[in-house]
Ligand binder design. Structure first.
Ligand code: UDP
Length: 325
């Protein structure tokens, strides 16, 4: 299939592109390189540098390349930033998504995958969290994804668009050639590994007074290649109808667990310091992925935290400055 991937130069997007190409699909990457990296784009993908703010640029890419499906990763994605700068999320994420959807429908593209988020579940009543859980976005970021999910439901009903919303819990890990590199970096695993590489003095833990066994936040860490495989399965299932899945391992690890495991994997002592909680962080987020496992046969290949950290560590060792030359 020919797939246009927005954000295909970013972390999850670039590894999904790699997996699509391995599966024999044709890929067009559409990315403004605002957060993505040109060298993260697989050499067999066609690259279009463009911004989703610009309807003309999207129209031109869809007319020129005529994809059969779109995977939409390009987005502002930081909970903390969205609490400080809500309009980046409640304006930009939404207008960019609307531009893409309007253009997609005008060009006859009726298959659409949306990167969604565990931040829809700020006050979960049951753990692990399945797709029937009440939606309470935890931040403007989560709200922006929820509004896009609702838009898709209406476009299915009124325009015959077939969509999948994939709500990632904590994406992590790396393939041999592609990994996690944000600037500035805010994510737990790359920050911890930068300490192990000697690029930072210490790792700061955001709060140790949460109602969890060791007082630090518990998250569900899911390998990025497993996420990529979920996208490919969901893409091929769209002909049977639209769908929404929570994607995680169903296993919770605390921030301290991740630090401890990283000490084992890297052999570095990784000093830590406790600081204040980060606004917008719920205490525990663990996914139930029973639905995608039973409906599509998804089975994470890297459920184990140690293996996840080993893949990330290998990538950081071979790319100590990420994608920066
Ligand atoms: N975290 C932390 N220190 C940091 C960065 C993250 O303690 O410097 C914690 C954060 O509070 C959360 C977990 O690590 O509980 C994962 O955070 P991350 O930003 O990686 O992903 P998110 O959960 O926001 O998607």
């Amino acid at each position: 299939m020919k797939v246009l991937v927005t954000g295909g130069a970013g972390y999850i997007g670039s590894i999904t592109v790699e997996q699509l190409i391995l599966a024999g699909d044709q890929v067009v990457v559409f990315d403004n390189l605002y957060q993505g990296h040109r060298s993260a784009v697989h050499p067999e993908a066609t690259f279009v540098q463009g911004d989703l703010k610009d309807r003309t640029a999207i129209d031109a890419a869809l007319s020129a390349h005529r994809p059969e499906a779109i995977m939409h990763f390009a987005s502002h994605t930081l909970v903390g930033e969205s609490m400080q700068k809500p309009f980046l999320y409640l304006a930009d994420n939404l207008t960019n998504g609307l531009n893409l959807l309007q253009s997609a429908l005008e060009h006859g593209v009726k298959r659409f995958l949306l990167s969604s988020t565990a931040n829809l579940f700020d006050q979960p009543e049951r753990m692990p969290i399945d797709e029937t859980e009440r939606i309470v976005p935890g931040s403007p970021y989560g709200e922006s994804k929820y509004i896009l999910e609702r838009l898709l439901a209406w476009l299915d009903r009124t325009q015959g668009l077939r969509y999948a919303c994939l709500r990632y819990f904590n994406a992590c890990g790396a393939s041999a050639e592609r990994g996690e590199h944000h600037d500035p970096e805010t994510h737990i695993i790359p920050l911890i590994l930068q300490v192990a590489l000697g690029q930072r003095q210490e790792f700061t833990i955001f709060g140790d007074d949460y109602p969890t066994p060791d007082g630090t936040c518990v998250r569900d860490y899911v390998h990025v290649i497993d996420l990529a495989e979920a996208h490919i399965l969901a893409l091929h299932a769209l002909e049977k109808g639209s769908r929404t899945y929570n994607l995680g391992n169903g296993l919770g690890f605390s921030v301290r667990d991740v630090v401890e495991k990283a000490r084992t994997v890297t052999g570095h002592p990784i000093p830590t310091r406790i600081v204040a909680r980060r606004p917008g962080d719920p205490a525990v987020l663990v996914a139930s992925s029973a639905k995608i496992r039973s409906e599509l046969g998804w089975e994470p290949r890297y459920p184990d935290l140690q293996t996840i950290l080993e893949t990330a560590w290998q990538w950081h060792l071979s790319h100590p400055h990420g994608y920066t030359e």
